[in-house]
Design a protein around this ligand. Structure first.
Ligand SMILES: [Zn+2]
Length: 389
């Protein structure tokens, strides 16, 4: 097999250690300069501190009906992971290209960038928009700034193609996520006088028990959507902290929980039910002992789900480009729900597999990268056709 067109660019992108906590500007400036070299202007949309930026560029005529090629430039950390190769230096073995972000999702970004000369060489009738973001891995934060300005910058696109790794299979949906923190403030005292205090851990335990009951109701068969795995919305507590010593009634306890919501389910409902339980059942008893006790909820992060209909024009188009109507869903979240919420029909399709994402020795296969390059060729041909079918 000949070398994928995007391989050299992938090596360059992997060499920028764009872990979400750090700046992505070196990578973004590299992309800007690369595009400039090809005669393409782009706009950088910075965060408030100007330490990170999204990149937006348009190839072809500035008309409606274009395709947004969307990907995030940040990667997850490698700390504490047992890598056997340098994560920020692309290496190849056995048909696999190793490096942090090769699957999630610099392989796709490299394929898009390597296709820019192809797009420019085609008589495009509808445009390609490049939309590269930052801070996806920490709650889809960066792309929100890009989406704010997008309607003023580009005529209405027909489709957004999120290149998260799906093995290049067309994916139409994923669940949304709401991450919450609950603070329980009780009242401390010597444990020998436990009834005179308010035990924050015990109250937190009641809330967590209630979450389990709410979660069990979400799993009832009539609420299932078989397109997803698991086929229902789920609730999970992931972190708990509280107490200092066994002989002190703990004054504070906090726990973090998340709701992974089917696209049709509003995860805020779970929080409302829990708040209701706290206010009606727990707080009156707590405040009867000590008035200044409380239970407080804080949103940590949230992104919406995605459920593009299988009979939509967006689904037909991605099926045509992929040569497959075997539509799937993925368990992980993407920026797709936010594009969809902004009124842009969105699908997910990219090279590699999330089985390798976020792990040591992350890789994308040479075959997948080459196949994504061919997908870009088909996209260029499609956008050069006189009319959308
Ligand atoms: Zn990703």
């Amino acid at each position: 097999m000949s070398e994928p067109r995007s391989r050299a660019l992938l090596a360059q992108l992997v060499a920028f250690a764009t872990v979400s906590r750090d700046s992505n500007l070196e990578l973004i400036e590299f992309v800007r300069d690369y595009l400039r070299g090809l005669g393409v202007d782009c706009e950088l949309i910075y965060n408030a501190e100007r330490t990170k930026a999204n990149l937006l560029a348009t190839l072809g005529p500035r008309v409606a009906g274009g395709i947004v090629l969307s990907g995030h430039t940040d990667v997850v950390p490698v700390d504490g992971q047992a890598w056997t190769v340098n994560p920020f230096c692309l290496s190849e073995e056995g048909g696999k290209l190793f490096g942090r972000g090769t699957a999630d999702m610099k392989g796709y970004l490299a394929s898009v960038l390597a296709a820019v000369p192809i797009f420019l060489a085609h008589p495009l009738r509808r445009p390609v928009h490049l939309a590269f973001s930052y801070d996806e891995e920490v709650g889809c934060l960066g792309v929100r700034g890009l989406l704010e300005v997008l309607p003023q910058r580009i005529p209405r696109p027909a489709l957004c193609l999120i290149g998260e790794p799906t093995g290049l299979k067309p994916v139409l949906g994923h669940k949304g996520k709401l991450a919450m923190r609950c603070h329980v403030h009780g009242a401390a005292c010597h444990s020998a006088y436990a009834p005179y205090g308010v035990n924050a851990i015990e109250q937190a335990a009641r809330l967590i028990g209630r979450l389990g009951e709410i979660g069990a109701r979400l799993a009832e068969p009539q609420r299932h959507d078989p397109r997803f795995d698991p086929a229902y919305s789920t609730v999970q507590v992931g972190v708990i902290q509280g107490g200092t010593a066994l002989n002190i009634v703990p004054a504070d306890c906090r726990f973090d929980f998340e709701v992974r919501a089917l696209p049709a389910f509003a995860p805020q409902e779970v929080v409302e039910q829990l708040q209701d339980y706290a206010e009606r059942t727990l707080l009156p008893a707590m405040r009867a002992v000590k008035p200044d006790t409380g239970i407080r909820f804080e949103t940590l992060s949230a992104y919406p789900g995605l459920a593009t209909p299988a009979d939509s024009a967006a689904a037909r188009l991605i099926a045509r480009l992929c040569g497959s109507e075997a539509f799937g869903t993925v368990a992980f979240g993407t920026e797709g729900g936010l594009f969809d919420q902004a009124g842009i029909p969105t699908v997910v399709c990219g090279p590699g597999s999330m089985d390798q994402g976020h792990k040591p020795d992350e890789y994308v296969s040479v075959e997948q990268l080459a196949a994504c390059d061919r997908l870009m060729d088909r996209l260029a041909a499609y956008l050069s056709e006189p009319e959308a079918p």
